[in-house]
Ligand binder design. Structure first.
Ligand SMILES: Cc1cc2nc3c(=O)[nH]c(=O)nc-3n(C[C@H](O)[C@H](O)[C@H](O)COP(=O)(O)O)c2cc1C
Length: 390
């Protein structure tokens, strides 16, 4: 069974991803995984922190001579900024005076600061915000990069694109093709496949910046090459749509998730909502004439592209101050601006890809198992034979 956890604080020494269950003999594409981290760090509207960090993965275990050996894989992404925080984030006790430096008693609206401090009984919200910060997602992208490397062996690929920033949107009923997604260059600042709309998106970010405000939006993750039959209708927690929704919903600032055209079809009639079925005699496979379902029916992949949309709120650290109350003095104050991003939708899309890749790799290994890549491949090929013989 594939599983992963992350550890690490935003200004701690490093972020860690621990991945268990990747079969032995998988060749690791180190450059690809580092490149994934770079993609997460880019995008128009990011703040100063991303200029400091140059993320790279260091593998600490589970890989030998370039290949997995079947044991847990520990990956580390160092925080360059740690050099400026060594004392404040020290794991050892420090003097009471030093401990008050960079103490946070003023909770920021829209953040974890207040709820987390009350729950864990902290009066310094730094104990909360260091972990709830989206910096943690660097470790998720490292784990997701590994999942992508695994899926690629079986011809499964995952990409994403930005579908809205503020009022600039890709038309609702347009399905952006895989070929269009592949045209998005790494230096494309908003990661939108349609150049005209990309320009409008940049303007939305610039307007928000000028107004001292922030802007949200949506991204779509697309996975192609996914076989029919991942996930299961038999239990509430085995349904793949539910698992994908959780995986994308837990990306920081994501407030809603849609599978395929799920939101729009809620407002249509059934005849415009479903994907009719056809059969390709030559390839001996069933397919759908449209893909409004986003590749999942009844919690099982149906062989079409898996498409998941994440909706992000505008992030909550604004130059325009919001009202809050000091946790210690109980005095009201206006939340101050800290170094922050204006728009994180393009980066969130990359994180969404990782989360989707991890869910698909988990479901793939549930169905096909195998302790080595060769064994998984044999099992997978036998299933493909079964489908062809159907
Ligand atoms: C890539 C990325 C970067 C983010 N950067 C910031 C930031 O600079 N400032 C900020 O206030 N929120 C930022 N956020 C959003 C917060 O992490 C998030 O809103 C906060 O942790 C509360 O969680 P919630 O919005 O999911 O409820 C970022 C989110 C993502 C995905």
């Amino acid at each position: 069974m594939l599983s992963f956890r992350t550890a690490g604080e935003s200004h701690g020494q490093a972020l860690i991803a621990l991945v268990e269950g990747i079969p032995a003999h998988l060749s690791i594409d180190f450059d690809f995984i580092d490149h994934e981290l770079k993609r997460r760090q880019s995008g128009y509207g990011r703040g100063g922190r991303m200029k400091i960090e140059r993320d790279q993965v260091r593998f600490l275990s589970g890989v030998r001579h370039g290949k997995t050996i079947g044991s847990p894989i520990a990956m580390m992404v160092e925080n360059r900024d740690w050099a400026n925080w060594e004392e404040i984030m020290s794991v050892r006790e420090i003097s009471a005076e030093a401990a008050t430096k960079r103490r946070v008693t003023r909770p920021r609206p829209g953040h974890t600061d207040l709820a987390g401090s009350l729950k864990y009984d902290h009066t310094d919200a730094r104990n909360i915000l260091e972990r709830s910060s989206a910096r943690e997602t660097a470790a998720r992208v490292a784990a997701g990069g590994l999942a992508k490397v695994f899926l690629k062996v079986f011809g499964i690929e995952v990409l994403s694109h930005t579908t809205a920033i503020g009022k600039a949107r890709v038309p609702e009923d347009l399905i952006v093709s895989w070929q269009q997604l592949e045209t998005i260059r790494d230096d494309e600042v908003v990661r939108c496949a349609l150049p005209d709309i990309a320009r409008e998106m940049v303007k939305e970010i610039e307007t928000a910046q000028k107004d001292g405000d922030t802007v949200g939006g949506t991204f779509e993750v697309v996975a192609r090459g996914v076989p029919v039959g991942l996930g299961s209708h038999t239990g509430w927690d085995t349904r793949l749509d539910g698992r994908l929704a959780q995986a994308v919903m837990c990306v920081n600032a994501v407030k809603a998730v849609e599978i395929g055209k799920g939101v729009r079809i809620a407002y249509t009639q059934g005849s415009q909502a479903h994907d009719e079925i056809a059969y390709d005699n030559q390839q001996r496979r069933f397919y759908h004439l449209t893909n409004r379902a986003g590749g999942v029916e009844g919690g099982i992949t149906n062989g079409e592209e898996v498409r998941v949309v994440g909706y992000l709120k505008p992030i909550s650290t604004l130059k325009k101050a919001l009202r809050s109350v000091d946790m210690v003095t109980k005095e009201p104050f206006l939340a101050q601006y800290e170094r922050s991003d204006t728009c994180t939708v393009p980066a969130a899309g990359v994180i969404g890809e990782s989360m989707v890749a991890l869910v698909l790799a988990t479901a793939f290994l549930e169905k096909f198992g195998g302790d080595s890549v060769e064994e998984t491949t044999r099992n997978y090929n036998a299933y493909l034979d079964q489908l062809r013989a159907y």
